[in-house]
Each structure stands twice: as structure tokens, then as C-alpha cells.
Design a protein. Structure first.
Length: 77
């Protein structure tokens, strides 16, 4: 995953820059809304903010809980 993450994050940075209504989330042990971090104009700073927001990654995946949280709080928007 570490091979693809920088490319994917730059892609998502471009998508969020081009489409203001787009949102981005990461889920692992909990759901994290990463759009504010990726909306930084400077890609390097965006990745730095993302690393602070996504602390605890690699601690396991709770897909069901993360999807339930997304559906409860974000899906309708």
C-alpha cells in the first residue's frame, strides 16, 4: 500500500481541488473525514496534515463500523 498511497493521495488532492462537492474519507479503526486536509493548496502540506489526521492507521480495519458511521452521518449529504 505504501507504494500506491502517495500517487492516490495526489490524485485525491486533484479531485478535491477540481470538484468542491467531492468528499474523501479513510477508514481503518474508525472513519476519518480527510477532505479538509486534502483541500490544502500545497500538496506537501496536505500530506502532512493528513498524516496528523489519520493517526492510528495500521491498527486494524473495522469496515462494518466505519460503513455504519458513514451511512449514519455522511451518506445523506
Amino acid at each position: 500500500m505504501s507504494l500506491y498511497a502517495p500517487v492516490f493521495l495526489r490524485f485525491m488532492h486533484g479531485v478535491l481541488d477540481a470538484f468542491f462537492e467531492a468528499e474523501a474519507f479513510v477508514f481503518h479503526t474508525r472513519l476519518i473525514h480527510i477532505s479538509p486536509a486534502l483541500r490544502e493548496k500545497d500538496v506537501t502540506r496536505a500530506v502532512e496534515r493528513l498524516s496528523l489526521v489519520a493517526t492510528g492507521m495500521g491498527g486494524g480495519t473495522r469496515i462494518g463500523d466505519s460503513l455504519a458511521t458513514f451511512n449514519r452521518w455522511h451518506a445523506a449529504a
